[in-house]
Design a protein around this ligand. Structure first.
Ligand code: ADP
Length: 657
């Protein structure tokens, strides 16, 4: 095959931006695709041209093979890069590209099929001598066969769906009495999600770590590994922090696991970039878990320590080039860590959040790379994955990379949308994390299911003072920003107290008289002297009691959002009268997140107990069941299946009994 001249990027968000960057560096023309929700998205700006492919729901656009191939043909694309997610591991898409004469930048459809089913992949790996988790992997086993085999496997064990992914169709079983029910429900879930209910059993490995190896294979039969990534920090079976090298591996274990990973890829004549995932037991035993036949979200940390651009290599491999390295010539230097920034609320069981991104800002910092799919002003849509961006830090060693990461996350201003930024910082600062003492249960065991955010009264007060100064300046321009104040009256009653609400907490602030260094601001007992020193858009420098606070501030109607590193604070002006709406909602059933109503579990007139399901909502690839906050009778349904609703929207009127 000759050189690729143009690539259609069949994806969106940060990964589409990332792919466009490498393609552009190679002189390749890039074509983005976009749905109704994405015409002005960052990934569209990142490409040389862009084609509209359909409606906002992914099935109408980013998952539509037909629309993507039409776009490729219309623009004369030579090749398609699928990114990750969406159609990246869909053999039918790879085949359709082949048939249309468009180069698919990824492995063969056969390799994807071989690794797509856990039962098939495990058998292949067993045959290739790659260690797999001990268990039972029969030919389409019946319930009775599974129950009989479980005696041998032992407890605790995992029932796994062969077609499973994202933890679906997976059940931990601790004793024989729970097995039959686990098999039934795993089959049901797997059938519904994947149209296949084949199950297998695995011994449950206690306190494991998730270690994966990056693989590259070319069309000349060469396969190398690019070392490991540790991905044990997960919530809901999804990685949120990844690092390399892993603190769990010494050179000997690294060599063994790396060789096993290469063997695994060679067993299926793998071509392209891929990842072999292992589960590592505390005693050092490691087992093949699965292979991802695509680029991974966390690929940048491998790039940081090897100096190899993986997207460039994917493109070169697709062009038929041989790998430029063998195992001996590959070297690594330093350490790297990646944090995934999700629009979600850790305090609400990590439910996805949405809204308008009022500020997205990170100063340029040494050793920090940011792969972002968003920009200030973007609407974070309910239709797609809530990952906004990744922050990647490199250093000479683990401590240096992590110190840079912590500093970067503290400085990163994200206003208007709730994210996990603060929670990531809590993890980074945890002594067990810092000691490298982690496993896949780290978050659950140290933070629980709904980790409370770290709050600072001092930061909230500083934010409220800045908000008060800016609000006064907005009302009466020239008054606050200049030391000489036209029309200034020595009348403190002309500035009534503003009460800011920081969540449930009220912060009253009143501005008193001008002193030589600023305004006397009162909140509680101690007065503070404060003034705005400079303002340039959202960048506001406020001096409070002789110390400069560089802030990011966005005023949005009644709300003032302030980033004062490391805290992001959303202040609202306290309503003079309690709103009747919020009183209703306190006793009602409301949507905890924006999304789509999938189904209603109740009808008018039904009696419900506290905790009974009311409705099932779907947003950002997640299903969520809303339950009754108290016992009562359903007076009326306010929404119906198919409705798109806002976060906080009432779902039913539930009369207390
Ligand atoms: P899925 O494809 O649904 O994501 P995986 O097989 O990749 O399922 O497993 C997902 C996660 O579940 C792993 O990262 C690991 O944390 C846990 N897990 C999987 N298999 C085992 C096992 N045998 N013992 C303990 N934990 C496991």
């Amino acid at each position: 095959m000759g050189r690729i001249q143009s690539i259609l990027i069949a994806n969106r968000g940060e990964i589409a931006v990332r792919i466009a960057r490498s393609a552009r560096d190679l002189g390749i023309r890039t074509i983005a695709v976009y749905s109704d929700a994405d015409a002005n998205a960052l990934h569209v700006h990142a490409a040389d041209t862009a084609v509209h492919i359909g409606g906002a729901p992914s099935v109408e656009s980013y998952l539509s093979i037909e629309a993507l191939l039409d776009a490729a043909q219309k623009t004369g694309a030579d090749a398609i890069h699928p990114g990750y997610g969406f159609l990246s591991e869909n053999p039918a898409f790879a085949r359709a590209c082949d048939e249309a004469g468009i180069l698919f930048i990824g492995p063969s459809a056969e390799a994807m099929e071989a690794m797509g089913l856990k039962s098939v992949a495990k058998k292949l790996m067993d045959r290739a001598g790659v260690p797999t988790v001990p268990g039972f992997n029969g030919e389409n086993p019946t319930d009775a066969e599974l129950i009989a085999a479980a005696v041998e496997v032992g407890y605790p064990l995992l029932v796994k769906a062969s077609a499973g992914g994202g933890g679906r169709g997976m059940r931990r079983v601790d004793s024989e009495s729970d097995l039959a029910e686990a098999i039934r429900s795993a089959r049901r879930e797997s059938k519904a999600a994947f149209g296949d209910d084949t199950l297998l059993l695995e011994r449950y490995i206690e306190n494991p770590r998730h270690i994966e190896f990056q693989i590259l294979g070319d069309t000349h039969g060469n396969v190398i590994h690019l070392f490991e990534r540790e991905c044990s920090i997960q919530r809901r079976h999804q990685k949120i922090i990844e690092e390399t090298p892993s603190t769990a591996l010494d050179d000997s274990l690294r060599t063994q696991m790396g060789e096993a990973a290469v063997q695994a890829a060679k067993a299926i004549d793998y071509v392209g970039a891929g990842t072999i995932e292992f589960i590592l037991a505390p005693d050092g035993a490691f087992h093949f878990l699965e292979m991802n036949t695509r680029l991974q979200v966390e690929h940048p940390i491998t790039e940081c320590i090897t100096g190899i651009d993986l997207v460039t290599e994917q493109i070169r491999i697709a062009e038929g080039c041989a790998l430029s390295w063998d195992a001996e010539s590959l070297t690594t230097s330093g350490a790297a860590v990646e944090c995934r920034i999700y629009a979600e609320d850790p305090e609400k069981s990590f439910l996805p959040a949405n809204g308008t991104l009022l500020d997205w800002h990170l100063p340029a910092l040494e050793g920090i790379r940011i792969d972002s799919g968003v920009a200030t002003g973007d609407e974070i849509s309910i239709h797609y994955d809530p990952m906004l961006a990744k922050v990647i830090a490199t250093g000479r060693d683990r401590d240096e990379a992590h110190r840079r990461m912590q500093h970067a996350l503290e400085q990163l201003s994200i206003l208007g949308v709730t994210t996990n930024r603060g929670f990531l910082l809590q993890i980074l600062k945890h002594p067990a994390y810092q000691a490298g003492d982690i496993d896949t249960h780290f978050i659950a065991s140290h933070f629980g299911d709904e980790p409370a955010a770290e709050k600072s009264e001092e930061a909230a007060l500083n934010a409220a003072i800045a908000a008060t100064l800016l609000a006064t300046e907005a009302r009466d321009p020239g008054r606050i920003l200049k030391d000489i104040r036209p029309g200034w009256r020595n009348n403190r009653f002309s500035d009534p107290t503003t009460t800011w609400m920081n969540g449930e907490e009220a912060i009253p602030v009143s501005r008193g008289e001008w002193t030589t260094r600023g305004w006397a601001m009162h909140s509680g007992e101690t007065p503070r002297i404060a003034r705005i020193v400079a303002q340039d858009g959202a960048a506001v420098r406020v001096e409070i009691d002789g110390q400069i606070h560089p802030l990011r501030v966005v005023v949005d109607g009644e709300n003032t959002h302030v980033h004062t590193a490391p805290h992001s604070i959303a202040l609202s002006c306290a309503p003079r009268f309690p709103s009747t709406e919020s009183m209703d909602l306190a006793s009602g059933c409301v949507a905890p997140m924006p999304g789509k109503v999938l189904s209603m579990a109740v009808s008018e007139g039904d009696s419900v107990e506290q905790g009974d399901p009311i409705a099932i909502l779907e947003a950002m690839k997640m299903e969520h069941t809303v339950t009754a906050p108290h016992a009562g009778v359903i007076q009326s349904l306010l929404v119906a299946p198919g409705d798109q609703i806002d976060g906080g929207a009432p779902l039913v009127i539930l009369e207390e009994t």
